[in-house]
Design a protein around this ligand. Structure first.
Ligand code: FMN
Length: 380
């Protein structure tokens, strides 16, 4: 069973991820993890923090000579902006943050809550996700996240192979598939910043190369759609998740929602086993299990809650009305969030792969992967 946890405060010494249950023999490299951490720091509309940090991961355990050992892997990402001991508390809770409810719940300070609630924590999740993707590579599974809406502006879908889409996304300042519209997005972000306001957006994550049968219909907490929804919703500021057609499915009759099933003997050796679906409205999941079609998940990110033109709040000491406190903040972090979503989805896919083909080593997993496909094709 693959499990992971993170630790660390936004302005503490470091972020830590602990990954347990990862198979032995997976080739790992720090550069790949650092590249994802750099992507998480990017995107137009970020605050001053990203100029201070240059995230770099250190692998503390579980790896020997560039390969995983099967033992727990600890990842450390130091904070350059380590200053928590010198920081004051905030007097007025910010609407949209855990400042009010968290400080009351823990009978403590706002600082004590915001430091951990902060999305700085996602650096640890991205590091963990980037690490497990080396295992997904060995099975030809590719996870790809990008931005489809920023505030009121949507980007038209651009069907095509992930490799082409990735090069478009990586040219775009907001990680969309349409870098030609960057100027329009930058103008929107700049105008919003001038007004002391913030923006959210919509992110799509697609996973290709999946086999049949990741997840299970047999128990609520084994359903992959449910696990993905939890992983996505647990990302800071994500307020909605849909798979495939999602909410749109509720508005259509069944005949325009469900994906017909066909068979193409020429494709029998692929992970689809030859089963073809002319549409993929289900987004790759039926009854909590993958159906060998691309997995498509969308997540809605609310606008950043720390406003330079703050909303009304009250001072916690006097209970008198005041404006919410302000701390250095992003105006739009939807691009960074798309990188986070990509990596938390990768973690759930890796966990489901280990559940299905689990073994102590990558070699054993690959043997079981081949055996499963042979059995499913009726060859063994
Ligand atoms: C990549 C990323 C960056 C974020 N940056 C900020 C930020 O600079 N300022 C801020 O107030 N919220 C930021 N957030 C969102 C808050 O962390 C989040 O809204 C807050 O912790 C409350 O949690 P909730 O929105 O999930 O309810 C960011 C979220 C993500 C995913």
């Amino acid at each position: 069973m693959l499990r992971y946890y993170t630790a660390g405060e936004s302005h503490g010494k470091a972020l830590v991820a602990l990954i347990d249950g990862f198979p032995a023999g997976v080739p790992l490299n720090v550069e790949r993890i650092d590249a994802e951490l750099r992507r998480r720091q990017g995107g137009y509309g970020r605050g001053g923090r990203q100029q201070i940090e240059a995230d770099h991961v250190e692998i503390l355990s579980g790896v020997w000579r560039g390969r995983s050992l099967g033992s727990p892997i600890a990842l450390l990402t130091p904070n350059q902006d380590y200053k928590i001991e010198r920081m004051d508390d905030l007097p007025c809770p910010r609407p949209g943050h855990g400042d009010l409810n968290g400080s009351l719940k823990y009978l403590g300070s706002i600082r004590g809550v915001l430091e951990r609630a902060s999305a700085r924590e996602t650096a640890a999740r991205v590091a963990a996700g980037a690490l497990v993707r080396s295992m997904l590579d060995a099975f030809g599974i590719d996870v790809f996240g990008y931005v489809v809406e920023v505030g009121p502006i949507a980007v038209a879908p651009r069907p095509g192979p992930i490799a082409d889409q990735r090069s478009l996304r990586d040219r775009s300042v907001l990680y969309t598939l349409d870098p030609d519209r960057d100027a329009e997005f930058k103008q929107l972000v700049d105008e919003t910043r001038r007004q002391g306001d913030t923006l959210g957006g919509v992110i799509e994550v697609r996973v290709e190369g999946l086999p049949f049968g990741l997840g299970s219909h047999t128990q609520w907490d084994r359903k992959l759609d449910g696990r993905l929804a939890q992983a996505a919703m647990s990302v800071q500021a994500i307020k909605g998740v849909e798979i495939g057609l999602g909410f749109e499915a509720a508005r259509r009759p069944g005949s325009q929602v469900h994906d017909p099933i066909g068979f193409d003997p020429a494709a029998v050796d692929s992970p689809t086993l030859g089963f073809v679906r002319p549409t993929n409205h289900a987004g790759g999941l039926e009854a909590g299990m993958t159906n060998a079609q691309p997995l498509v998940l969308r997540a809605a990110m609310k606008p950043i809650a720390t406003l330079a033109q703050p909303l009304d709040s009250v001072r916690l000491d006097t209970k008198q009305p005041d404006k919410a406190s302000y701390e250095r903040s992003d105006v739009c972090a939807v691009a960074a969030a798309s990188c986070v979503l990509e990596n938390v989805v990768a973690l759930e896919i890796a966990a489901a792969m280990i559940d299905k083909f689990g073994g102590d080593s990558l070699t054993e997993m690959r043997a079981r992967w081949r055996l499963f496909h042979d059995l499913a094709r009726g060859k063994s």
